[in-house]
Design a protein around this ligand. Structure first.
Ligand code: PHE
Length: 388
């Protein structure tokens, strides 16, 4: 067969298939870059045709593999396999010995030209793969500014602190001042001035923590009455929240807990004022419809004294486990300030009278949030705290 190429006027005879040429995107038949004598079937040896066929198929394989290489490492491998020093194309050089001196340069040029073509294809494929790699990385590292931001975990108030603030807000709204007093108190302030005699059971070693220097960790916040009434002139309306300590520990008692103390001293203050203020407070805290009841009780520093119950907020008064089937929950102690206490603070009980009350902050918090173990309030376990 004799072919004439488009850009060369040499009639050449070449083996190989049009299909290979199609895959290689090269002109078929292969243009033979030669300045030498024209080749045709008569002048082409069997050995040359065989070698050209081999070059043809090696190159077809090479291009096929290179254009479909899907990664840079794979491409490196192919380059070594085909174009490397010991590669398939280099192997073809060794077969040149079978050719005549005249044919050698022809086959050599043919091989070199086609090899240059493969080098170009390899470079092109490399650029494509590198560009794809850059694109892939850019996409992987791209920031989607439309995504919602990651929320920053922030803390919130402890349920006890929430209760304290809520209580203070209610009493402030009724004109009370918020004050503080120390946790380590003298026996006078914690007991004597409050009309608690030396042999009162509350002073028992089991209830009270004494310091080595004979002070006490306050067992209640009522000492605040003594401190502020001694320092300030009536009329007074003060509440004070803080830690108190008693040697006691079970699911409803902790050796340290919180109380809020409140009192009011003015002219002609009666039990009616006490009930009015506490009802307003309890209904504001637990809900406007909550029922309350005042039961006679005893405290050395108030006379008369009462304990206040609210209708059980769990069963609405019908009786449940929390209220021991009574329908009522005891929430605070209160009473009219004992004249001895007023006198101990330099206030004349003939001119002034007042009421006082003490609230367990822990109990209020437990009732409000349905917590059944006081220790949960002090363990700082986030699994518990984040529920509020
Ligand atoms: N201090 C009392 C207690 O701790 C409560 C209380 C305060 C009672 C004020 C009456 C008046 O139990």
């Amino acid at each position: 067969m004799t072919y004439r190429t488009a850009h060369q006027n040499h009639p050449i005879s070449l083996p190989g298939s049009p299909r290979a040429a199609q895959i290689l995107h090269i002109q078929y038949p292969l243009p033979l870059m030669t300045d030498g004598p024209a080749l045709n079937e008569d002048t082409t040896s069997e050995a040359l045709r065989a070698l050209l066929a081999e070059i043809d198929s090696a190159l077809a394989d090479a291009e096929n593999a290179i254009t479909t290489a899907d990664s840079l490492p794979r491409l490196d491998e192919l380059r070594i396999n085909y174009l490397g020093k010991k590669g398939r194309l280099a192997g073809l050089n060794q077969k040149f010995g079978q050719l005549s001196a005249e044919e050698k340069p022809l086959a050599g040029r043919q091989l070199n030209n086609r090899k240059a073509e493969i080098v170009r294809i390899e470079k092109e494929r490399r650029e494509q793969l590198e560009a794809a790699e850059i694109r892939r990385r850019l996409e992987a590292e791209a920031i989607d500014v439309t995504l919602p931001g990651a929320a920053i975990a922030s803390g919130h108030l402890h349920p006890l602190e929430r209760t304290r603030r809520e209580m203070e807000a209610i009493f402030r709204s009724m004109g009370f001042r918020v004050m503080e007093s120390p946790e380590i108190e003298t026996e006078w302030i914690n007991f004597e001035a409050l009309n608690i005699a030396a042999d009162h059971p509350a002073r028992d070693m089991q209830d009270t923590f004494f310091t080595e220097r004979g002070r006490v960790l306050r067992t209640h916040t009522s000492g605040n009455q003594i401190r502020t009434m001694t320092e300030l002139e009536p009329p007074l309306a003060i509440i004070s929240t803080g830690k108190v300590y008693r040697c006691d520990s079970d699911v409803t008692h902790s050796p340290m807990f919180y109380q809020t103390e409140g009192y009011l001293v003015d002219k002609n203050i009666s039990m009616g004022h006490l009930k009015g203020v506490l009802n307003a407070f309890l209904q504001s805290f637990f809900g406007a419809n909550v029922g309350t009841r005042f039961r006679p009780s005893f405290f050395p520093f108030t006379e008369p004294s009462a304990e206040v119950d609210v209708e059980c907020i769990f069963c609405k008064g019908s009786g449940c486990r929390v209220c021991s089937q009574t329908g009522w929950l005891e929430v605070l102690g209160c009473g009219m300030i004992h004249p001895t206490v007023l006198r101990n603070c330099g206030i004349d009980p003939e001119n002034w009278s007042g009421f006082a009350f003490g609230v367990g902050l822990d109990r209020f918090t437990m009732l409000k949030y349905g917590i059944n173990n006081i220790r949960l309030l002090y363990e700082n376990d986030l699994r518990f705290l984040t529920q509020f």
